[in-house]
Write a protein that binds this ligand. Structure first.
Ligand code: BGC
Length: 726
């Protein structure tokens, strides 16, 4: 078989089981858990009960330098650990990088770039002396209305797992503990502190906890339990999800910390599996603690064993040693609550380059009629840029609390999952810089004066019209949204797009959105291209211009389904206190597939400026008991006239008797191909990929019967299938 050098290297790097390498190979941290536990026991054995409890108890909201700090001990000495948001960079700090959101990184379907993003974030956290990054978030998008869906990686557990694993490996390679969150069932902002997400055991294993199991295998140091209740018991005192599933079945050896204010008890939490309470106080900012003295009392009166407290302390100290933080870890220099007092520490390095690259690699080209894109300054002498989503944030990029602005280009959502922008290249600036005087760029940011927009569009060689939709975390409401009120474009977007399209036969729509939007204008004949630009962070305009002008050939894919009608989605926000996950396994595209609902743009979809042909799939089955149960090979050829990259996706259909949705994503690879070139892609499937959770025997099993593997360019653009029997 022919192998290019790059493919051979890729194969070596991913040999074993597609995204998930086995424990020994994949752990980039300085120490194994065994060694870290050994060291932790040595230290914790010298501690008094009070000292052990001190390191499990946050020092209190607004009392310390970081969003969360643990108590320190002397004799033996253990430092106060600094915990800081967010999943996309260092929150509440200056001279940091504001990169792409999780959902946007995921839409690159590019493992290498997701890893690089993790690495640079790890460098920035370490550079500021932060021991634990409060990310990645892998809350799976149960509903397109969920306010924080953009912090995670979309609607599929496999994609979320790859995103989570690569991010954890990147962060932890820099000696910083990654925190996977929010475990589990934290899928809407509405009633997030009180609602019970009632999840059946099979879906709990196959969907909701699946990415965590993969991150545990990858050595993640911390897990954050969520605000909500699961099956009647608060996340942070839920014996089943914490002790049985996470620490038992998955074998998680790191620490469980509470979300901020998500601890509700002393005894139940300690016995239920919580190891650290954050930020420490009973009610944030009001002092007291469920741990601290209350936990000491609980041990004295026999409600919690000292052994359990030792385990809590050991888990915390072990993650510190596992990441090698005892040697030369920088002094903490963030000052979250007095930012003017933070010393100048610039950790940005050359990270903007990675942000720009992953921003461009994440852009999903949804439509491109008559090769309208890429643009060229030769053919397009006058370019109209229309819509407030192409322009600056009035009042300044950081003028709104935790980025909760509702004007200007959308490059990030809002809430705790954000950072301050060091700068923000707007789409209009990016385009202007790219054309560099070789074409005229005219613009209007007025979304409401559709007549003026139409006039400007009529007069241009190409009209780029921008619109977006935003959302964020519960504690800030913007125009009625934290969760999304609806899936409609903000700021008169639909009317603006229609007015521009009516006026210019060469209209290109660019969307910046947290998640799916409705597109009532999609069949307008003058809309020649639709560009899905996600939440690109500080390099927004440059990443976009890279793709618009063909410097980068788009290869991003949708990490969720864009439906034709809002009614097509099965999950809306649920106002009840008991949210039954009746959809079971039918989350995202699995619902659309099972119900035969034609989406507007399906999961995994995205176009390129070139074309790819697929060969037939070749299979080799090794039997259920082998490490690699199935090997698949497909050849892909770039048959178009430019170089490009294809995201080759592998979906598995299980035997009918298994009761699985029609198909599940179980592998993908990004293949870069010069025009005319072809190469092979290999997929290995192991027990993890081919198992279902058997409710009766309470274990993972590989069902017997006929399977089919589908390889293609999206969840519905299947180019080759082959069956095998196990
Ligand atoms: C969020 C967490 C965050 C924490 C600390 C909470 O409101 O849910 O994701 O890490 O605050 O800011």
């Amino acid at each position: 078989m022919h192998l290019s050098l790059s493919t051979a290297i890729l194969l070596l790097a991913t040999a074993g089981a597609n995204a998930f390498l086995d424990g020994a190979q994949r752990d980039p941290t300085p120490r194994s858990w065994d060694e870290a536990y050994h060291m932790a026991h040595d230290l914790v054995n010298q501690m008094s009960l009070e000292q052990k409890i001190n390191i499990t108890t946050g020092a209190g909201w607004e009392k310390t330098l970081c969003l969360g700090n643990t108590g320190a001990t002397t004799n033996p000495d253990f430092p106060s650990l600094c915990l800081q948001d967010s999943p996309l960079g260092v929150r509440w700090a200056d001279n940091v990088t504001a990169g792409v959101a999780g959902i946007t990184a995921a839409s690159s379907f590019d493992k290498k770039l997701i890893r690089e993003r993790g690495i640079y974030m790890g460098k920035e956290f370490r550079g500021k002396g932060i021991h634990m990054q409060l990310g990645p978030s892998v809350d799976i998008m149960r509903s397109p209305y969920s306010g924080r869906l953009w912090e995670g990686a979309g609607e599929d557990p496999y994609l979320s797992a790859v995103y989570g694993v690569e991010t954890v490996l990147g962060i932890q390679s820099q000696n910083v503990v990654a925190t996977a969150k929010h475990y589990i069932g934290n899928n809407q902002e509405l009633n997030r502190n009180t609602e019970s997400s009632n999840i059946g055991d099979r879906a709990l294993h196959e969907i909701w906890t699946w990415p965590y199991a993969r991150m545990v295998d990858a050595g993640v140091g911390a897990v954050m339990c969520g605000y909500n209740v699961v099956n009647g018991s608060h996340d942070c005192e839920n014996d089943y999800i914490l002790n049985t599933v996470l620490k038992g079945e998955m074998g998680f050896r790191g620490l469980v910390m509470s979300d901020w204010g998500a601890t509700h008890s002393t005894v139940e939490s300690a016995n239920g599996g919580l190891d650290m309470t954050m930020p420490g106080d009973v009610v944030m900012g009001e002092g007291g603690s469920y741990f601290g003295k209350n936990l000491t009392d609980a041990v004295h009166n026999g409600k919690v064993t000292e052994e359990r407290v030792t385990d809590m302390a050991v888990r915390i100290v072990a993650s510190y040693y596992k990441l090698g933080q005892e040697k030369g870890f920088p002094k903490t220099t963030v000052n979250s609550f007095h930012r003017d007092r933070a010393p100048y520490v610039n950790v940005q390095g050359h990270h903007a380059r990675i942000v720009r690259e992953i921003g461009a690699a994440s852009i999903v080209l949804l439509r491109n009629e008559n090769k309208s894109l890429p643009l060229s300054t030769h053919d397009h002498k006058k370019i109209a840029v229309i819509g407030s989503d192409a322009g600056p944030v009035p009042g300044g990029i950081n003028s709104c609390q935790d980025r909760a602005c509702h004007n200007g280009t959308i490059a990030i959502g809002w809430g705790s999952g954000t950072v301050d922008f060091p700068y923000l290249i707007t789409p209009k600036d990016g385009i202007e810089r790219r054309v560099n005087g070789a074409a005229k760029v005219v613009h209007t940011y007025n979304d409401w004066d559709t007549d003026a927009a139409a006039k400007m569009a009529r007069d241009a060689d190409v009209a780029l019209v921008f619109a977006g939709s935003n959302s964020g975390e519960e504690y800030i409401i913007v125009d009625g949204n934290n969760d999304r009120k609806n899936l409609t474009l903000w700021h008169n977007g639909d009317n603006l797009i229609k007015a521009v399209a009516d006026a210019n036969q060469n209209t290109i729509v660019v969307i910046h959105s947290v998640g799916p939007v409705l597109m009532p204008w999609i069949d307008h004949p003058n809309i020649k291209a639709v560009v899905w630009a996600g939440l690109p962070g500080q390099e927004s305009g440059r990443s976009l211009a890279d793709v618009l002008f063909g410097d980068v050939n788009p290869s991003g894919r949708l990490p969720y389904t864009i439906a034709r009608n809002k009614e097509d989605y099965n999950i809306k926000l649920d106002p009840s206190e008991d949210i039954d996950y009746n959809e079971k396994l039918l989350v995202g595209y699995k619902w659309f597939d099972q119900q035969n609902i034609e989406p507007l743009f399906e999961f995994g979809y995205g176009l390129s400026y070139t074309k790819f042909n697929y060969s037939k799939v070749k299979l080799q089955t090794n039997g259920k008991d082998s490490d690699v149960i199935l090997k698949a090979k497909v050849s892909v050829m770039n048959t178009g006239d430019v170089d490009g990259a294809e995201i080759v996706q592998a979906y598995i259909s299980f035997p009918d008797s298994a009761g699985e949705p029609p198909k599940l994503l179980r592998g993908f690879e990004k293949l870069k191909l010069k025009k005319g070139a072809s190469d092979d892609v290999f997929f290995d499937f192991d027990k993890v990929d081919l198992s279902i959770w058997d409710d009766e025997s309470h274990q993972w099993t590989v069902p017997s019967g006929k399977y089919t593997i589908h390889v293609g360019a999206s969840s519905r653009d299947i180019r080759a299938s082959a069956s095998f029997t196990l």
